[in-house]
Design a protein around this ligand. Sequence first.
Ligand code: AMP
Length: 263
Amino acid sequence: MQREALLLKKKGQKIVLVPTMGALHEGHLSLVKRARKRGDVVIMSIYVNPTQFGPSEDYTKYPRPRKKDQDLARNAGVDVLFAPKALYAKDESTRVVEGEKSKGRCGRYRSGHFDGVCTVVAKLFMIVQPDYAVFGQKDAQQCDVIERMARDLCFPVKVIRAPLIRDKNGLALSSRNRYLSDEEYQMALQLPQILARAASCGDSKRAVAQARTELIDAPGLRLQYVEAAGKYLCAAVYVGQTRLIDNMPILAGATGSVVPAGF
Ligand code: AMP
């Protein structure tokens, strides 16, 4: 892949990378649309990165519908699908550690997660040699961490943050939504509804307090955290065994960043 990428660059082609873990949905495909507008060659990576999963997380059961992903990627306009079997040597002993943006929110509850994310993204940047890399606002903290890492380590990559895509009922699209039963799905819809209501007050402190009260009371949801980060109200909840994250801009009168699939 690296050899191919260096050849493309020699020919003056602009490379855009869309890193994913597969189980593709409209959220991922919206990143490809953005990528297409930026460069000549869109490279999507699909790799379920073991180092970003905790020991009790869903690494082994994470969905891997390879054939379906290939078709979706091709139809969305991906030029090269990079799906390595492994990206780590057995005796690998180097990690990338980000020390500020990875604190709080998900970082508080997923020890080592963002070190794993930074490490794999740094590898992907070196292998794919992108001019641009597109990440989704769905994983707001991940965007913050990657932007900081790219700046601090002087990667010659422009990080692009693409909007969060939701389904027709407002639930943020996620590969993990397929774990939800019908009943759990209905309960999960409370998350964007509560965040949108709270965020529309326009004040961070009040938004967090209101969302916390409502999320704690919401039947079927188990709150992990709700925090303001910059101008975003961010939360993680469990619905049954499934962990869901979401975020909304804190804006007076806003109804949430609802960008429907297929926008
Ligand atoms: P994942 O496969 O979950 O690691 O996600 C790969 C990329 O797709 C990340 O940059 C995510 O932020 C992005 N992504 C996932 N879901 C969505 C969504 N609903 N809207 C926008 N981007 C998304």
